[in-house]
Design a protein around this ligand. Structure first.
Ligand SMILES: [Zn+2]
Length: 730
């Protein structure tokens, strides 16, 4: 096909020619994976059968390079591919044939997965995917297996086989739904033997596979077939009335964008609390035109109940989403909450019934019965996952499911996978083994922590400390650019994850930078609402923002500076606590609040009257809040002392002022770093531990206080001052 309308043709001959054969396979995979219309994140796989020199014999040997377990095509590199002796893989057919009690979904079939390790070429450590036999047993030197929405729409149509014939003629054969594995590979091999002219197979309820001996032809064939499917669907869709008539036409209207944001922010923390009773989840909001068209439609309730089709999709979206029949035009937020509560209750019962009806003698125990996708007319979709990346993948997969249903309903009737088949994927022992092999979750995984003051100094260091333990970090600062800079640093270090979904703020990665003025309640509320839209809620807050106002040249503190000091150091922390507590109560999950006081709270010193007094008040604020917020939220304080390095509270002139005060020699043209080091060492020498106190030392205390390590401690101040005996609390 010369021009494509529904897929991107990206092949560059010059680029391909510059690569070695494995490089070309990676290249082809990345091109295919970069177009969401070709395959979903993490879905599909590619392979090439290449001639290599066997390190054992020095002889030429055919090696199957096939995308292994984990990773996705868009970002795959060489390491994501396993390499296996093709003749040994073929020889496994005899091993399998000799087994007793073999067949689809048999133990004998599952046991073949471990046999792939025995066929490893050149010690490649990448574990093989369960789709390996599909690639090995088909005749093409190059094979693409994709999950395009347009093809799955045909695969999930009631009359799939007939439609496949009608759309593709003899170009595409058909195999009905079979759980991926050795048997599916054998079935495809049989199809290819019987129909040697065929170079593609429609896989019922799943996707398709195509092949060729030339890699560019393989690539273009994949594109051509998707293009053909999409063109067929879009013509039928348009003839049926297009968007206006999609899913039976609209039953409800979308709320305006601002009203949607308000409604989401109001409901999300509560909903997060409801679905997080066993394990906490992170949310993603999707409210673009496509998802709204679906949730607002007449057929949404019926189609949602059917669930998703492609196995890749429903492993994340669960057997079905929770659809709430709420009328955005006539019902209020209270009615929505009531319907959600009833819907969740029914969903859990349905899930338990599904498990009970489908379980087998050796099935793993029932997993979390809460929905991972919630659909609300007028608003859109909320998806849940163990972290931001996973929740974006969940949202992406339901977006795909909606596209699949749109296509299937345009050309035929959408059918989902039978429940037993879905169960046999969801509770597959191989899938369970994969879950068991996953590394233990990090200490702060599944949590979102707001760090106020994250633009610099202790706050910035704390943000970096907490993200290291798996927390999502909302970096908040009066200076928005500084907050965003810290969030960017975190993203650059940890990546944004996978999953192409999420609208607006909800499209974020593990960190987000937001502005807030903690002396202004409305500003704090707006920030907390944005956090809800981005992550669904939050677990803990660290307030590191503070101000030090030196007295003027006469030793006096102007009244407005006194007020500002108390406003930021005391009232600001109180406002944050008071506003956040409203959300914490809605969410109903245990959390932590850590405020920042100071060693000066306990030591009277000349020249810092306003600061010291405000910090003494902050110490008592910690105790008062611990009373008020218990038992839901633990409240503690960190009392740093004289952190000079990296602190916004020690600009050059304050450092010079202090050096002068303590008669420490310096010169006017000395570099700031050098001045800071001198002052830091001076302060260190006054402590019992004799070492300069760094922002990293402080960050460790915030970390401890937001973890379960100090879960029985509340209303306390942890000093990180190097040991100042004058500041010992009595
Ligand atoms: Zn697949």
């Amino acid at each position: 096909m010369s021009s494509y309308k529904y897929v991107n043709f990206l092949w560059d001959d010059a680029k391909a020619a510059s690569l070695d054969p494995v490089g070309r396979l990676v290249y082809r995979s990345n091109l295919l994976g970069s177009d969401q219309r070709i395959t979903n994140t993490g879905g599909g796989n590619t392979s090439s059968k290449l001639v290599e020199i066997d390190p054992l014999t020095g002889q030429k040997v055919e090696v199957l390079w096939v995308k292994g377990s984990g990773g996705d095509l868009r970002t795959s590199n060489r390491d994501n591919f396993s390499s296996l002796y093709q003749d040994k893989l073929i020889a496994l057919q005899q091993v399998y044939a000799a087994k007793a009690n073999k067949g689809i979904k048999s133990e004998a079939e599952d046991a073949m997965v471990n046999m792939y390790f025995h066929t490893t070429f050149n010690l490649n450590p990448r574990a093989s995917s369960i789709d390996t036999p599909l690639h090995s047993f088909l005749p093409g030197k190059h094979v693409d297996h994709m999950h395009p929405n347009a093809i799955i729409a045909i695969a999930a149509s009631k009359n799939c086989e007939k439609l496949t014939q009608e759309i593709f003629g003899g170009d595409m054969a058909y195999v009905p739904w079979m759980r991926p594995g050795f048997e599916l590979g054998l079935a495809m091999q049989e199809v290819a033997r019987k129909q040697p002219s065929v170079k593609a197979i429609m896989m019922g309820q799943h996707g398709f596979i195509s092949w060729d001996d030339n890699e560019k032809v393989c690539y273009t064939r994949t594109l051509d077939l998707i293009e053909k499917a999409a063109a067929y669907i879009e013509a039928k869709y348009a003839a049926k009335g297009g968007d206006a008539k999609a899913f039976g036409g609209a039953k409800y209207q979308s709320l305006a964008p601002e009203a949607r944001a308000t409604a989401f922010a109001a409901i999300l923390p509560w909903l997060r609390g409801q679905v997080s009773q066993q394990k906490r989840f992170i949310g993603t909001v999707q409210d673009d035109e496509k998802i709204l068209r679906f949730v607002n439609s007449k057929d949404a309730a019926r189609l949602a109940e059917l669930g998703t089709s492609c196995p890749d999709h429903f492993l994340r979206t669960k057997i079905k989403p929770l659809y709430i029949d709420w009328n955005p035009q006539s019902e209020d937020a209270a009615a929505l909450k009531k319907k959600l509560a009833a819907g969740l209750d029914q969903y859990r019962k349905d899930y338990a019934a599904y498990y009970a009806a489908c379980k087998r003698v050796n099935s793993p125990a029932i997993r979390d019965a809460n929905p991972t996708v919630v659909l609300i007319p007028g608003l859109g979709m909320i998806a849940w996952g163990k972290d931001k990346s996973e929740s974006r993948v969940t949202a992406e997969f339901y977006n795909c499911a909606v596209e699949v249903m749109r296509g299937a309903e345009a050309i035929d009737t959408y059918i989902a996978l039978p429940q037993q088949e879905a169960f046999d994927i969801e509770y597959w022992l191989l899938e369970e083994a994969k879950l068991q092999r996953m590394p233990a979750e990090k200490e702060l995984a599944r949590q979102t922590i707001i760090v106020v003051g994250a633009g610099s100094g202790i706050g910035k260091e704390t943000a970096h400390r907490l993200v290291k333990e798996g927390a999502h970090i909302v970096c908040v600062d009066l200076n928005e650019a500084a907050a965003q800079a810290t969030a960017k640093e975190i993203e650059a270090k940890y990546g944004v994850g996978i999953g192409v979904a999420g609208t607006g703020l909800s499209n974020c990665g593990p960190a987000l930078g937001l502005a807030a003025n903690i002396t202004d309640r409305a500003s704090i509320r707006a920030m907390l609402d944005k956090v809800a839209l981005a992550y669904g809620g939050f677990d803990s807050i660290c307030v590191t923002a503070g101000i030090f106002v030196p007295s003027d040249t006469t030793g006096h503190i102007p009244d407005d500076k006194w007020a500002l000091t108390f406003n930021i150091n005391v009232t600001g922390s109180y406002f944050v606590a008071d506003e956040a507590f409203k959300t914490w109560k809605e969410q109903g999950l245990r959390g932590n609040l850590v405020l920042t006081t100071s060693a000066n709270a306990a030591v009277a010193k000349k020249g810092s009257l306003a600061y010291d007094t405000s910090k003494a008040a902050a110490n008592h604020l910690v105790r008062e809040l611990a009373m008020e917020l218990s038992p839901l939220v633990r409240v503690n304080g960190v009392a740093p002392a004289t952190v000079v390095q990296g602190s916004a509270m020690f600009p050059r002139d304050r450092v010079i002022g202090s050096l002068a005060k303590y008669a420490i020699p310096y010169t006017e043209d000395e570099a700031t770093d050098s001045l800071v080091t001198k002052l830091a060492q001076f302060y260190a020498d006054r402590t019992l531990t004799k070492s300069p106190i760094t922002p990293a030392d402080q960050a460790e205390a915030y970390f401890l206080l937001v973890t379960k390590r100090l879960s029985k401690t509340t209303g306390q101040i942890v000093t990180v001052d190097g040991g100042l005996h004058e500041a010992f609390l009595r």
